[in-house]
Ligand binder design. Structure first.
Ligand code: COA
Length: 180
């Protein structure tokens, strides 16, 4: 049986998550991808030029939509791009996610709102039993977002990810998930 596609859209009171597009490059580059503070706990280095961002979008669009999708997180009122949200389906019954927001919009509950909506959708799908995410052990804001969105702490994944912004050694990560 062919697997259902990941949705093309999510909506929350303040946000829309829609598939990333080539035209998002400038908003992503100037909004967050070149900001060392934003990418501090991520697995990639700050983008040096718009071409880096365009290459990233190209990779996103090349992924098969049934198992991987990157969404632009946009302001529902004015359509401005605020961040991005990635959803991956490494197995038929489970999803992994990741997210990033431009620094100007931190601390307003936006990512908790976005993740909460995606988690709610996932738990209503008959085929899906788990949605999870990991973050660096020192990324308190991300851990808190997961808690607020209904994911439960599962444990410490030792030496799980290499974070080029923090050094060459793999770092410990916190694992969170919501299951049914
Ligand atoms: C993580 C991130 C997406 C959070 O988005 P956000 O919209 O600001 O998050 P919210 O406002 O929904 O919630 C953040 C929570 O973390 C808390 N928080 C923020 N910084 C914190 C810190 N340094 N220590 C402890 N808690 C912190 C906030 O107080 C808030 O919790 P509260 O509502 O209980 O007060 C955003 O900071 C970001 O883009 N960071 C860089 C990219 C990143 O790390 N992505 C996650 C990779 S796993």
């Amino acid at each position: 049986m062919e697997r259902a596609m990941l949705p093309s859209r999510f909506e929350t009171p303040r946000l829309v998550l829609r598939p990333i597009e080539h035209d998002d490059a400038a908003a992503i580059f100037s909004g967050y991808a070149r900001d060392p503070e934003v990418v501090r706990y991520l697995t990639w280095r700050p983008h040096q030029s718009l071409a880096d961002t365009e290459a990233f979008i190209e990779r996103c669009l090349a992924a098969p939509a049934a198992s991987e999708r990157t969404y632009m997180l946009v302001d529902r009122g004015n359509g401005r791009g605020l961040g991005a949200f990635g959803l991956r389906r490494p197995a038929g019954h489970r999803l992994d996610c990741g997210y990033v927001l431009s620094r100007a919009y931190w601390g307003r509950g936006l990512m908790s709102e976005a993740l909460g909506e995606v988690v709610g959708w996932a738990m209503r799908q008959a085929e899906l039993w788990r949605i999870g995410a990991v973050c660096d052990k020192d990324n308190r804001a991300s851990a808190r977002v997961m808690e607020k969105a209904g994911l439960a702490y599962e444990g410490l994944l030792r030496r799980w990810l290499v974070n080029p912004n923090l050094g060459p050694e793999p770092r410990d990560c916190l694992s969170y998930a919501c299951t049914r």
